[in-house]
Design a binder for this molecule. Structure first.
Ligand SMILES: Nc1nc2c(c(=O)[nH]1)N[C@H]1C(S)=C(S)[C@@H](COP(=O)(O)O)O[C@H]1N2
Ligand SMILES: [Mo]
Length: 524
């Protein structure tokens, strides 16, 4: 029997579309599995997703963070997957009549995933493997399944019209159909099993069983926070599990401290490289610092307080010996993120840290294990490099960081801000005595007071919670005799420099949001 049948007897185009879609899914599934084994970031779907993240214009990214919050990553990955499968289906339909062209286009699609993976910043030689496997499984699978479909056409076709020598008995049709189903089922199993297992591997926990040294300069225990007495107020210390996470990584980088290094170079007298053990052998200090994301809207969730353990960046830079003219330290993460931090903020007495511990444990992987920068007073995008691996003393003319290239401010001092945690906006509460409470922060300056007003009435001064230093947020609360009706609550903070949170509304892009947090509640 010949291998091709006249096209008019072939099953409809949608079956070929389905075949290509299924084969592509199988390829992606097996590729994801291989990536889970060798290099998670090389998974073709994730690699294409990361490339899309990097190429997305800032306003779109801002919109995504604002509307999707932390669901932005799953939504992105699903979108990439759906678009890819639709493209594959289209190419599959074409392959019904133009097999070589269709399969070549499918190969091109696979090649895109391969190129995306190979051009990721953390790319090692192994990263082409998952893409290669994806391409091989996808193409062979598509070719094979389409071959089964062709055979089905032959079996069902009119032998005379086909000019085929052999007649097509009924039994042949059933056999051909069964072989199509088997082939499709096999590819489906590959897609589901590969994808599922791969995802489990990609997600698998990191090697966080490291033991951290005790701090040379320990801090006293944090005082009890207001969260015990004012229900609904953010806890004084944010547990790592509740700590906001903002980064461009679609898979949390898995860094083995054994192979990890911290390089200090650039405009320095003595560039050097530290191993994990060498870093841990340096004097460790503890600091309570509230991190804030520049993308946080007024009243938003991207702020958290933690106790960090680490080595002073100043000590690390002094060891290298900064030359004259250094303006910024350009830091790099293992996943290729680059962040510019003004050198002043890393060398003055605010004690910016290369942190290895968070709230008494090693850094969790999502927060930068094994080491990250923590720079008090600056938004995370200019001072909190996670999965840190290199610090290069530089000038702004010499090196441009990731966010700077995307139009964000070069220096990012955190605005004085306050947030109402309770009552929550658009809730209904009973009339009578209520506690209005929240948090306020003005890192590097400290919070002097927080005021609250109801329905644009008189500003009333709130009671502040414990003081854990200028770089840490302050909890606050105010008693309010809530009367029935709809009410608007607003808060504003004043820092120790005497400046009061401005009512002027400013969007997060490009230097952080401003305005008063406003909450509307109904009292019954
Ligand atoms: N490697 C890397 N580090 C990064 C980022 C990133 O995308 N990649 N995002 C920065 C931003 S914008 C913020 S706000 C903080 C957030 O730190 P967290 O996720 O631990 O809260 O990390 C910073 N460090
Ligand atoms: Mo951020």
């Amino acid at each position: 029997m010949t291998t091709t049948s006249p096209t008019r007897h072939r099953p409809r185009a949608r079956w070929y579309a389905a075949a290509a879609l299924l084969a592509t899914a199988a390829g992606a599934g097996v590729g994801h599995l291989v990536a889970g084994l060798v290099a998670p970031e090389a998974s073709p779907v994730l690699a294409v997703g990361s490339t899309v993240v990097d190429l997305t214009p800032t306003p779109v990214k801002e919109w995504a963070v604002a509307t999707l919050g932390t669901a932005d990553k799953p939504v992105l990955v699903s979108t990439v997957a759906v678009v890819t499968l639709l493209l594959a289906a289209g190419v599959g339909a074409l392959a019904r009549t133009r097999r070589a062209l269709g399969l070549s286009l499918l190969a091109l699609l696979a090649l895109l995933g391969l190129v995306a993976a190979a051009s990721r910043p953390a790319a090692e030689a192994l990263v082409i493997l998952p893409g290669f496997v994806t391409a091989a499984v996808g193409l062979l699978g598509a070719g094979w399944l389409m071959g089964r479909l062709d055979a089905l056409g032959v079996a069902a076709g009119d032998p005379a019209a086909d000019g085929q020598a052999a007649p097509a008995p009924r039994a042949d049709g059933t056999g051909a159909r069964r072989s199509v189903l088997l082939a499709a089922g096999g590819l489906g199993v590959l897609a589901a099993a590969g994808g599922g297992l791969g995802q489990a591997l990609v997600r698998r926990g990191g090697s966080t069983e490291v033991v951290l040294p005790a701090p040379a300069e320990p801090l006293p225990a944090l005082p009890a926070g207001l969260e015990r007495t004012v229900r609904g107020v953010s806890s004084l210390r944010t547990p790592a599990s509740d700590f906001y996470r903002i980064d461009t990584a679609l898979v949390v980088p898995r860094v083995d401290p054994d192979g990890w290094e911290l390089r200090v170079d650039g405009m320095v007298e003595r560039p050097y490289t530290l191993s994990w053990e060498e870093l841990l052998a340096m004097p460790m200090v503890e600091k309570d610092v509230t991190l804030t994301c520049v993308s946080n809207e007024v009243g938003g969730p991207y702020v958290g307080g933690a106790r960090w353990l680490g080595v002073r960046v100043r000590d690390l830079l002094e060891r290298a010996g900064l030359r004259d003219g250094v303006e910024q330290v350009f830091s790099t993460s293992t996943d290729g993120m680059t962040i510019s931090t003004p050198v002043q903020a890393l060398t003055d007495d605010r004690d910016a840290l290369v942190a290895v511990g968070m709230n008494g444990s090693p850094l969790p992987r999502p927060h930068g294990f094994p080491a990250r920068l923590v720079t008090p007073g600056l938004y995370g995008f200019v001072g909190a490099t996670k999965w840190l691996t290199r610090m290069t003393a530089s000038t702004y003319a010499q090196d441009t960081a990731y966010w700077t290239e995307r139009g964000w401010a070069t220096r990012g001092t955190i605005y004085t801000q306050s947030r109402i945690d309770t009552p929550r906006s658009l809730t209904t509460l009973p009339a009578g005595r209520t506690l209005v409470g929240g948090v306020a922060w003005a890192q590097q300056r400290g919070i002097a007071r927080v005021e609250v007003r109801v329905d644009e009435g008189e500003w009333r001064r709130a009671t502040l919670g414990p003081d854990a230093g200028v770089d840490y947020w302050r909890q606050w609360y105010l008693e309010w005799d809530a009367t029935p009706g709809r009410h608007t609550l607003q808060s504003r903070a004043t820092d120790e420099d005497g400046s009061t949170q401005t009512p002027e509304r400013q969007e997060p892009f490009p230097r952080g949001a401003t305005g008063w947090h406003t909450v509307v509640v109904t009292v019954e």
